[in-house]
Design a binder for this molecule. Structure first.
Ligand code: G6P
Length: 622
């Protein structure tokens, strides 16, 4: 999730100062490098935070307009070379971009054939060259930009500048937010209103497929096809901080609400639904090794560990490969039996968790193929592993992981599809060595189609969040909570309990529903509620009898059930209904109500949900 910011004005302000100050308020979106371009002074870029960029800006770096960017790497390492703004061959067209250009490889090949030379590994750079290409035919920057935008596929929030039209900035939106700021004698383009608010509170939000042109005096909006758009301006009453949170009270809620978008971003460009295949570019370099593996060990900490447990069920059931899941902190001190047919897969949002990193180093020392499911591009774990899959969830600010967990499980589902269908292309010798089960095309298609339907289903859960809020308030005086589930939802019981304990500080524990009778059941009485995850899956009947066992001890029960279930409401005190999906993907939907429940529960207690006491977002010490 990068941040873009652009300015043009005739009020005597120095664009360089406006842009640098604005970038600071976008830093919450994550950063690994930053940069800006002023037609009157040139460009400056730097790795690291805005403060690093500020140090590199020359004294005479001045102008009336410019574009700026904070990068959170997706394509290409977070180096100065890959930092935005990117330019065309002539150094006249400059672009900053938030999003992913899906067809950049095809476009790049075509442009290179036409003589364009690329300076970076970034997908964004094609935009500048495409505009340059069109400027050869039309001298009109606006027309050339429109033509270029019509050729790109993917998601973008963009700001473009042309040295020969220094007063003009062109902005465009497709899937990534873009807002215009309308001041007197000055206009702005940004990823969210926070950098604009110190200058003006009058803004216009662009919609997908819209292009805006700003000069100091004027702004116009068009559809990509060219039709003009009339949109009323909005007055923003939020503070800059509220606007960083997208108008939500906390980052945690904002990040839970981003779930459907995160799902799309993790899956984007990686599914061939009709062939029932997953395409994981990050694993291409190790495809041959993957065809002969016969064991997977997943390592992670906290939420990432629970994602790994979900992955264990997915991979064993659909790929038929033995999987173990280990806490990073335990694995590193064991003497694991590993050989060159073992994968050790690290799951980590930050890519910096010390225990997970050491586990991966240990695995490599013992000859395993080390893979990663990592959210932070070029983090230490991403660099230490041999290959991997990036989550593309965007930076997560709330300490309690929510959207990263969604993307971790989604990446595991993609990996399941990838490995499950891979055997078809492996040699018979490799196939028999790995003793894996072959996933049929039909099964592959079912998984791919179900994955595509998840964002919409997740959105319906989020739209009904009021009901979950009410329940959380009803139970907010509880001092203990048990979470139970089975099979795919066994890890979800643990993750649900983890969410509640880490932000509300009450005792919450997860338990395999079948294991309850061996201990946890002793705690149950009328003051000890249970969250039972009981979707319409292969262990539904077993879960119903576990709920009966709790009710027999007068324990209050909230059931998390599938829409259309008419049974569970007869025994549970409260029911949260969730749309149906295939069994292996149920955890991805079921965790959403549990994240919301924990959020509203802690908020009701007046706690700082984004920064719970004693915990850190990234644990880089042992
Ligand atoms: C900390 C965070 C958790 C996270 C865990 C692992 O405990 O608070 O939210 O799940 O670290 O972090 P990682 O970055 O490796 O996923």
């Amino acid at each position: 999730m990068c941040g873009i910011f652009a300015y043009t004005g005739n009020k005597g302000k120095n664009a360089s100062t406006v842009l640098l100050d604005g970038l600071l308020s976008l830093e919450y979106r994550g950063y690994d490098s930053a940069g800006m371009y002023l037609p009157e002074s040139g460009s400056v870029r730097s790795t690291g935070a805005v403060s690093m960029l500020r140090k590199k800006v020359p004294k005479n770096f001045k102008g009336h307009s410019g574009i700026a960017h904070l990068r959170w790497a997706t394509h290409g390492e977070p180096t100065e070379k890959n930092a935005h703004p990117h330019q065309d061959c002539s150094g006249n067209v400059w672009v900053v971009h938030n999003g992913i250009i899906e067809n950049f490889k095809e476009l790049k090949v075509g442009l290179e054939a036409n003589g364009h030379t690329f300076r970076s590994d970034s997908d964004t750079e094609v935009i500048a060259h495409l505009v340059e290409e069109h400027l050869k035919k039309t001298k009109d920057f606006e027309k050339a930009a429109l033509k270029a935008l019509r050729e790109i596929r993917g998601t973008y929030g963009i700001a473009l500048q042309y040295k020969k039209e220094p007063e003009m900035v062109i902005g465009a939106r497709m899937g990534s937010p873009v807002v215009l700021g309308l001041g007197e004698g000055e206009h702005f383009i940004a990823s969210d209103p926070s950098p604009i608010l110190p200058h003006t509170r009058t803004v216009v939000f662009l919609e997908d497929g819209e292009v805006a042109v700003i000069t100091p005096k004027k702004h116009t909006i068009h559809k990509l096809a060219g039709d003009p758009v009339k949109r009323k301006a909005t007055r923003i009453d939020w503070s800059a901080e509220e606007s960083q949170k997208g108008g939500y009270e906390h980052f945690m809620l904002k990040e839970i609400m981003e779930g459907p978008e995160v799902l799309q971003n993790t899956v984007r460009g990686r599914l061939l639904p009709d062939k029932g295949l997953a395409k994981l570019g990050g694993l291409e370099s190790v495809t041959k090794q993957l065809a002969r593996i016969n064991r997977i060990i997943i390592v992670g900490c906290g939420t990432a560990y629970y994602a790994g447990l979900v992955g264990e069920y997915m991979l064993e059931e659909h790929v038929g490969i033995p999987v173990e899941v280990e806490l990073g902190s335990e694995f590193r001190y064991r003497k694991p039996v590993i050989n060159d047919r073992t994968i050790v897969l690290a799951i980590s949002q930050s890519g910096e968790t010390a225990d997970t990193l050491e586990a991966i180093r240990e695995a490599k020392r013992r000859g395993a193929l080390a893979l990663g499911i990592v959210n932070t591009v070029s983090s230490t774990i991403a660099r230490t592993t041999d290959a991997g899959v990036y989550n593309h969830a965007g930076p997560e600010i709330g300490v309690a992981s929510t959207k990263a967990f969604i993307s971790q499980m989604t990446a595991l589902a993609l990996l399941t599809l990838f490995l499950g269908r891979q055997r078809a292309s492996a040699t018979p010798e490799q196939a028999s060595a790995s003793r894996r089960r072959e996933m049929s095309v039909v099964e592959g298609r079912d998984i791919a189609h179900a994955l595509q339907e998840l964002p919409q289903k997740m959105q319906t859960i989020l739209d009904n969040r009021k009901a979950i809020e009410k329940l959380a308030i009803k139970y907010a005086k509880s001092r203990d909570f048990l979470y139970i589930g089975r099979k795919y939802n066994y890890p979800i019981a643990f993750e649900g309990a983890l969410k509640l304990k880490e932000i509300s500080y009450i005792h919450a524990e997860g338990c395999g529903a079948g294991e309850m009778k061996h201990g946890s059941l002793a705690m149950i009485d009328e003051h000890f509620p249970t969250m039972a995850i009981v979707p319409a899956d292969s262990v539904y009947d077993k879960m119903l009898s576990n709920i009966q066992q709790i009710k027999a001890r007068k324990g209050p029960v909230i059931a998390l059930a599938s829409e259309g279930d008419t049974e569970v409401g007869k025994i549970a005190d409260d029911v949260i209904y969730v749309p149906h999906t295939i069994e292996m993907l149920m955890p991805i939907l079921n965790i959403i109500p549990l994240q919301l429940f924990a959020y509203y529960f802690a908020r009701e207690k007046g706690l700082n949900v984004d920064r719970p006491r004693n915990l850190a977002k990234s644990v880089t010490v042992e």
